[in-house]
Design a protein around this ligand. Structure first.
Ligand SMILES: Cc1cc2nc3c(=O)[nH]c(=O)nc-3n(C[C@H](O)[C@H](O)[C@H](O)COP(=O)(O)OP(=O)(O)OC[C@H]3O[C@@H](n4cnc5c(N)ncnc54)[C@H](O)[C@@H]3O)c2cc1C
Length: 382
């Protein structure tokens, strides 16, 4: 009888877990190696939630990829027997008056309508009438769209790791010292090899793969968690995600779904720090800088309870294009997720597994994952 092909996955964050899930589905015997049992609390995939939305400015490739991602999440959630996703809709606002065709909102609007997605226009007055937790002050442009929402990241990672273990995926806790073609050298000097290798080391990847240095940078980012004043709790229960693209004061907000807190973060990349060395504590100054961005958009912000602030790490590629490519025969790296990768993990994992099962697809991976090549190459995301 023919033996099953084997696959080795470095990293039990959402990328490694989704790759493991898809490789299992393609008939591979899978081993996942991570320095901690999942979830690593210092990894990029922890925390309550992650946003998924079609609005993507001029990056229309990623807008289209969201459809494939939703389809892949549906397949994954069917396997998990639970769907940790809450639809909230997407509210996008901008204070700048842009040239026609310019600006993230306008580029998104054109792409979304071209893709057949309805966008409802809002203005300074109608915005707070529809969403009373937000102010329309200074708003020059705004729209709302119903699709999109919150993936309950912590729950997904927990369920997926448990599901994979139950399906026979081997989880090994060990630090990887070196990535070799189709194999890993562990810090105790032993090696692990397989027919196929996936390296999904999150913000640690540039430390492990010198070829990524300069292309992908670890980036310390701050998030804040808040609870609304009691009299606004009911309004917040129906709040959308907010993408404020205003120059100098832009931020994103995750609404408090399924018992989770409100979360705020900024859009800019610090591109400093070290995923291994640095603390995940945020200083008072770092937290205050994020809150200052939200002050105009969220009235009565001082009445919100501060539940905490934390630092986390992105793996930033300067154009925010994912780096998913062969690094050796039958060896693929997944990196460069730049703070927007979680939503695509399901379909990226499938694409990587499909390409490793059908190596003639490997050359199509980089352009597709960078959001540059559409339609999706045949069989990549299926
Ligand atoms: C605060 C925050 C908010 C975000 N918001 C969104 C959002 O709203 N929407 C969205 O789509 N995306 C979002 N992202 C991005 C998304 O979460 C990341 O792109 C994604 O989680 C990256 O997953 P990963 O598996 O590549 O990395 P990780 O989760 O960091 O996993 C990497 C794993 O590799 C292991 N590892 C690394 N080096 C070694 C080694 N030498 N030996 C052994 N193990 C090793 C680590 O222990 C870790 O478990 C956000 C990210 C953050 C941090």
């Amino acid at each position: 009888m023919k033996e099953r092909p084997s696959a080795l996955v470095l990293g039990a964050g959402i990328m490694g877990l989704c790759a493991a899930w898809a490789l299992l589905g393609r008939g591979f015997a899978v081993r996942v190696v991570d320095q901690t049992p999942p979830p690593n609390p210092r990894g990029a995939s922890v925390d309550h939630h992650r946003l998924i939305r079609h609005a993507y400015g001029a990056q229309a490739g990623y807008m289209r990829m969201v459809d494939d991602a939703f389809a892949a999440w549906a397949r994954l959630f069917a396997d998990l027997g639970e769907a940790p996703y809450v639809q909230t809709g997407v509210l996008a606002v901008d204070e700048a008056i842009r040239e026609p065709g310019g600006g993230w909102l306008q580029q998104s609007r054109v792409a979304l309508r071209g893709h057949g997605l309805a966008v409802r226009e809002l203005c300074r007055q109608s915005l707070p009438a529809r969403f009373p937790m937000f102010s329309g002050d200074g708003v020059a442009d705004a729209f709302f769209m119903a699709p999109g929402g919150v993936l309950l990241a912590g729950r997904i990672v927990e369920l997926l790791a448990g599901h994979l273990a139950a399906q026979g995926v081997v989880f090994e806790t060990a630090e990887v010292a070196e990535v070799l073609p189709q194999s890993l050298r562990l810090s105790d000097g032993s090696t692990r090899g397989a027919d196929a290798l996936v390296v999904a080391a999150g913000p640690w990847a540039p430390r492990l793969l010198p070829g990524l240095a300069g292309r992908v940078t670890a980036s310390r980012q701050i998030i804040i968690r808040l609870a609304p004043p009691p009299d606004l709790a009911e309004a917040w229960a129906h709040a959308p995600m907010l993408l404020d693209l205003s120059p100098d004061s832009g931020f994103y907000l995750v609404p408090p779904v399924a018992g989770t807190p409100i979360k705020l973060g900024d859009h800019s990349f610090s591109c400093r720090g070290d995923a291994e060395e640095d603390s995940r504590e945020a200083s008072r100054d770092e937290a205050d800088a994020i809150l200052a961005l939200a002050r105009r958009r969220i009235p009565r912000l001082d009445e919100y309870q501060r539940l905490g602030a934390a630092a986390c790490y992105y793996d930033v590629q300067p154009q925010e294009e994912f780096v998913v490519e062969a690094i050796a025969p039958m060896s693929v790296v997944m990196s460069g997720f730049s703070g927007h990768g979680f939503k695509f993990a399901s379909v990226l994992g499938q694409a990587v597994a499909n390409a490793l099962a059908n190596p003639h697809l490997l050359p199509a991976l980089p352009g597709w994952a960078a959001g540059r090549e559409f339609p999706t190459p045949e069989s990549i995301a299926a």
